[in-house]
Design a protein around this ligand. Structure first.
Ligand code: NAD
Length: 468
């Protein structure tokens, strides 16, 4: 089985220690992740610092062309990346799985290549001229999670590089191989040292976020780890983009048409088995539609094939890892013990791998862990309500504020309520449909800053104002 290497300054760097990466569908070893040391990390930061000197001075056109070339490389290797991603992450090749994720990585890379931050002239008159420049920051440290590892790596790497920075990325130890391969592919078209990858245990993430050679951290992961990254960044006042956990509420108004919304509700919640930051994680349904929506979702769930990710027929796969599998099981058991009515699922599937079925839990409310905490798995609590203003206020009680949605036959009315939700993105009659031109980020404890589009690109720059 293949032993992967780090990639530093454009060269493979072998490590003396490795860790096995296993397929969550069946436990088979996919490959061996190199266990990078802090000395490897220092080397990577040094290589990225050297590369920054020339990369930061390249023209915007040249960097746009380089990002386009990265997109073409991803396209060329799309199927290879999708197969590797399925084997280490578990998500199916089909449905909203690996091929979809690589397609997303490609779409974001292409879109970001075309963004630009030209000089802005703020004043030009007899009093003087004021110009605003957006300059690259230096070496960007990137830390990514295991749920959408390739797409999120592109969300970090491509805008950083497009803006003239260089990168050291540390992927999750649970899904490192597809990121190593991505960085290898990227290095076929970018100069050495512009993008480097150091894999290893969580301690490498901590060392990266504390490293004095890193100008900015871009982190996607849990709120708990985000706090640690923020604390590590204090000593050197690193700039931060933190995309953290969510507990998105979806609110079905009494005038919604259940038949029209079931599919959207289902995929809003169960995309990637619910292991998605902006998945619908708490569903509030008006009393008058409650039974119809519950039954419609259970019926829809019964038609979804859950199986090995490499099986072309699978639409959903296993939960990615044991910790997450145990968490989902624990939260569902707890909800059941507190009066939750299991409409479908509710016990692990009887087969090897971390298979937990699509689970719908009715008749739960605030105060139950499945509602209050981020489950990050295939289990959706469905909460009954009767007063719309009250349910908006209750939905806002959660400390998370990533996404939210309102479902109604009257889009204008839905928007009025949507604007009252305390979250960074809000959807009408859909949920979680992010796109590369729409800034995305959390409010409250779901993060700091935004990604995507020009607003996201700006986060990889500092302002220099020139007054003459
Ligand atoms: P996690 O916080 O456990 O790990 C994320 C990354 O942080 C991994 O690479 C890990 O190795 C690293 N890490 C762990 N300890 C660290 C430390 N002390 N210092 C620095 N880095 C450290 O998260 P996860 O379980 O991989 O991902 C799931 C979480 O990510 C969920 O909460 C989900 O909502 C969130 N998420 C958010 C977004 C978003 O855009 N807001 C996107 C995807 C996932």
């Amino acid at each position: 089985m293949k032993q992967y290497t780090l990639l530093i300054g454009g060269e493979p760097v072998a490590t003396s220690h490795h860790a096995a990466v296993a397929n969550p569908s069946n436990g088979e070893i996919v490959g061996y992740m190199p266990l990078g040391s802090e000395a490897d990390l220092d080397q990577a930061v040094a290589a990225a610092t050297r590369a920054f000197k020339s990369w930061s001075r390249t023209s915007s056109e040249k960097r746009a062309a380089a990002c386009r070339a990265v997109a073409e490389k991803i396209n060329e290797h799309a199927e290879e990346l999708a197969q590797l991603l399925t084997r280490e992450q578990g998500k199916p090749l089909n449905g909203l799985g690996s091929r979809f994720e690589i397609g997303g990585a490609l779409a974001w890379t292409r879109h970001t290549a075309e963004l630009d931050l030209p000089i802005e002239v703020l004043q030009d008159d007899n009093e003087g001229r004021v110009e605003l420049y957006r300059k690259p920051m230096g070496v960007v440290g990137s830390i990514t999670p295991w749920n959408w590892p390739v797409m999120i790596a592109c969300w970090h790497i491509v805008p950083a590089v497009r803006a003239g920075n260089t990168v050291v990325i540390k992927p999750s130890p649970l899904t490192p191989l597809s990121t190593i391969r991505l960085v290898e592919i990227i290095n076929e078209v970018l100069p050495p040292g512009v993008v480097n990858v150091v894999t290893g245990e969580n301690s490498i993430g901590a060392a990266l976020s504390a490293h004095p050679g890193i100008a900015k951290m871009t982190f996607t992961g849990s709120t708990e780890t985000g706090r640690k990254v923020m604390a590590s960044a204090v000593a050197t006042l690193k700039r931060l983009t933190l995309e953290l956990g969510g507990n998105d509420a979806g609110i079905v108004l009494p005038d919604a048409d259940p038949k029209a919304i079931i599919e959207g509700l289902f995929w809003g919640a169960f995309i990637n088995n619910g292991q998605t930051c902006a998945a619908l994680k708490r569903l509030y349904v008006h009393d008058s539609l409650y039974d119809e929506v519950c039954n419609g979702l259970a019926d829809y769930a019964s038609r979804i094939a859950v199986g090995d990710g490499l099986d072309e027929a699978s639409i959903l796969g296993p939960v990615q890892n044991e910790m997450q599998f145990n968490k989902v099981r624990e939260l569902v058991d707890d909800a059941r013990a507190h009066g939750g009515r299991i409409l479908t699922g509710g016990v692990p599937m009887d087969r090897p791998g971390y298979f937990y079925p699509i689970t719908l839990v009715a008749d739960v409310d605030h105060g139950v862990r499945l509602v209050d905490e981020e489950q990050f798995g295939p289990a959706l609590p469905i909460i009954r309500y009767s007063d719309i203003d009250e349910v908006i206020a209750r939905a806002n009680q959660n400390p998370a504020g990533l996404g939210g949605s309102v479902w109604s036959s009257d889009a204008e009315k839905a928007k009025r309520y949507a604007l009252q939700l305390e979250c960074g993105s809000v959807w009408i009659n859909k949920h979680g449909t992010i796109q590369p031109n729409a800034p995305f980020g959390g409010v409250k404890q779901s993060g700091i800053g935004v990604e995507f589009g020009t607003e996201g690109l700006k986060e990889f720059t500092t302002i220099q104002t020139v007054l003459s």
